[in-house]
Write a protein that binds this ligand. Sequence first.
Ligand SMILES: [Zn+2]
Length: 157
Amino acid sequence: MPEPRPEPRPAPPPAGVEVSAPCWNCRAPVAPRDTRCASCGRARTHALLVCAEPCLELRHGPGPPLGLGRHPDWAPRTAAAFAGWNKVSRHHASITVEPDGTAWVEEPEAGSRNGTYLNGARIAAGVRTPVRDGDQLRLGLRVSFAIRLYGPEPGTG
Ligand SMILES: [Zn+2]
């Protein structure tokens, strides 16, 4: 497969002209007034998690939690990337996004071996802890995610 080329940055729209933004899930254009994508049905609301090492970019919308860990069934979107990261637990933490755009991180009741940290503070196991736009989420000491939240209203993302 050829390397995907970086997309050129679109020019800003003229004042007063409404432009469609691409859906975060399927990239189909979403009109500014629509709160969900007509093509795939996903809400505009989602969280973006970016990790530098291992290189990982996850977008997650409202619905079931996004598992972060090394268990292939519990955390299917991260298990392969974390396969060599023994400080990341099999069931480390999960992210939930609500339709209103709020987001939450939670460790399973059993907790993780090396902890989950939100902006440097360890979260308690089994407790839903609110996540805000711009927060830093860390699994153990080394694996760090920058979090961006995109709400139901039109905007970037
Ligand atoms: Zn879509």
